[in-house]
Ligand binder design. Structure first.
Ligand code: SF4
Length: 236
């Protein structure tokens, strides 16, 4: 048994992936605890803020994979999410799961590069736009791409709240034109559990109009499917 050194906020599923390149695919979520960012609109603070640390559990790769197998019963795509899962030692979990036919997708803001990114099947890099209050370190972001190499299917996902975020996404798309890009209207609610579906729909429509009027036909505009279905409820 390896060390219990992976901080876990929650493991749940099977459900569907609600965002990005593998939207709609059945998956089990492994949500790690802890993040090096503090985005103003973070909707998973319970997996970020040390105030919730007492709810996190230190687990070994074998324990996590055991729980995933219990839930999934047969191989499927495991989504490694957070917080920022890139700050956890996830390599043994990925190696173990892959031996049993499981596939792994990871989403991170691209602020920490790990050499085990190359062993993933899907890597979603989600740099945070200006409305998050965070600043992207593009050198580290480039390191993430370098360490992933040709291993996973890599794409960009950018959350958009306003014109500044949209301009940021356009710049990123120009810089990384070889990567597919998914734009996602921001989920702006305080507290985040209370979803304003009308406001979300309006932002989605605004974004679609912008992309079309700019003839930005390489972009895909996607909602957060799970938020449409279940709001910001945990564990679905
Ligand atoms: S990077 Fe993600 S998990 Fe971390 S604070 Fe920002 S939105 Fe929350």
């Amino acid at each position: 048994m390896s060390e219990k050194n992976i901080r876990i906020s929650e493991i749940f599923g099977p459900t569907i992936q609600g965002e990005g390149a593998v939207i709609g695919q059945p998956t089990v979520f492994v949500r790690t605890g802890g993040c090096d960012y503090r985005c103003t609109w973070c909707d998973t603070l319970y997996a970020v803020d040390s105030e919730y640390r007492h709810q996190w559990q230190a687990m070994s790769a074998e324990e996590i994979f055991g729980r995933v197998q219990e839930l999934a019963k047969k191989p499927l795509m495991v989504t490694l999410s957070g917080g920022n899962p890139a700050i956890q030692p996830l390599s043994p979990l990925i190696t173990l799961g892959k031996k049993h036919g499981y596939r792994f997708a990871l989403e991170t803001q691209g602020s920490v590069a790990q050499d085990w990114f190359s062993n993933l099947d899907v890597l979603t890099l989600s740099p945070k736009p200006p409305s998050s209050g965070m600043k992207t370190d593009w050198d580290v972001f480039n390191d993430c791409l370098k360490t992933a190499g040709e291993g996973p299917k890599t794409s960009l996902k950018i959350i958009i709240f306003d014109e500044n975020d949209y301009a940021y996404a356009k710049e990123a798309a120009e810089k990384y034109s070889h990567l597919p890009i998914y734009l996602q209207p921001g989920n702006h609610t305080t507290p985040p559990q209370n979803i304003d579906k009308d406001a979300l729909n309006e932002r989605m429509q605004w974004l679609i109009e912008k992309v079309n009027s700019d003839q930005w036909f390489e972009a895909s505009v996607l909602p957060q499917l799970h938020v449409m279905l279940w709001g910001n409820e945990r564990g679905v």
